[in-house]
Design a protein around this ligand. Structure first.
Ligand SMILES: [Zn+2]
Length: 314
């Protein structure tokens, strides 16, 4: 084509494409592709000055495939204006209350698309005529969030029906264009058994401990070579013993509303003096997403994921 070539190649199975070099890779359905092969295609751009990559996909799970690129992108949302009150915002399914600038939403009772501000019906024309607004302007990767709500030929009633008759995962991935973390999909027996080894942890590397705070405290202890101890206890003194026994370099626990244990957990984990082991310190950390902190040896970013739970974060 004008002295150039277009190659159509797959990612499943062995591909000759690995031998080709390219200026632009266009990937369709990234989340349903073999991600390792996809990485190999990236290497094919090395000789190019342009090094272009276009990634298209229905998302699957958070932080996998297209969602990774989305998070790094400028995150363009389709902004539409309510023809009744002029309020301009993007459209999502769920009505959001208590936020400063609520998005437009789907009203299940009235079976309409509704304005986030005046709650009157948004017309098909309102949905069609909009503009892309980047949440993070200036980022190098240009990302577009596309949902079925943007399709003027699909009614609110159809969207509601799809939601009622399909799985949550399907609705997120294929209707809303959003990743979805299902408990069963993310961590199943297979994932766990694949990560188990018959080798004994030599326990020579620095150890970290995670404690799920509560009346019953679940703990997990591990290092770079894997997890080697876990259990549960009601006593903070047991936790303290473990901290010393394994010379824990970093312990993480969560602040909880259980006041009776709060004081002792603060004493043990919040204050360096009573917890400090020879190698490190412990911290107590509010559990909220994106929190960051730093100690002399560790850089920590808290990412709470309900299906993994606290212990794996630590
Ligand atoms: Zn309005």
């Amino acid at each position: 084509m004008g002295g150039s070539f277009i190659w159509y190649l797959g990612t499943i199975g062995k591909s000759k494409g690995i031998m080709l070099s390219s200026d632009l890779n266009i990937h369709d359905e990234v989340d349903r592709s073999d991600l390792k092969t996809l990485d190999t295609y990236k290497s094919r751009l090395a000789a190019s000055d342009f090094k272009g990559e276009w990634i298209f996909s229905n998302p699957s799970q958070p932080n996998i495939g297209v969602d990774r690129y989305w998070k790094l992108s400028d995150q363009k949302h389709w902004f539409i204006k309510c023809s009744h009150c002029g309020y301009e915002r993007y459209l999502t399914y769920w009505k959001k209350e208590g936020v400063k600038r609520p998005p437009h939403y789907v009203d299940e009772d009235r079976e309409i698309f509704a304005c986030g501000k005046c709650h009157k019906e948004l017309s098909d024309e309102d949905r069609r005529v909009g503009r892309w607004v980047a949440k993070y302007p200036g980022r190098e990767i240009s990302g577009y969030w596309i949902t079925q709500l943007m399709c003027a030929w699909i009614s609110a009633k159809e969207i509601i029906n799809t939601k009622k008759t399909t799985t949550t995962e399907y609705f997120y991935n294929f209707v809303m264009g959003m990743p979805y973390a299902s408990k069963d999909v993310s961590i199943d027996r297979g994932v766990i058994s694949r990560n188990m080894t018959g080798e004994k942890n030599p326990m020579t590397k620095p150890c970290a401990m995670g404690v799920d705070n509560g009346v019953l405290k679940h703990y997990v202890i591990g290092n770079e070579d894997g997890i080697f101890a876990y259990g549960a206890t009601e006593k903070w003194s047991d936790i303290e013993r473990l901290l010393k026994r394994y010379d824990i370099m970093l312990a993480l626990s969560m602040r909880t509303p259980i006041l009776r244990t709060q004081r002792s957990s603060n004493r043990l984990i919040g204050e360096r003096s009573s917890l400090a082991t020879s190698k490190g310190i412990g911290i107590i950390w509010e559990s909220y997403n994106g929190a960051r902190t730093r100690t002399s040896a560790w850089s920590i970013r808290i990412e709470t994921r309900p299906w993994i739970g606290w212990s794996m974060i630590s």
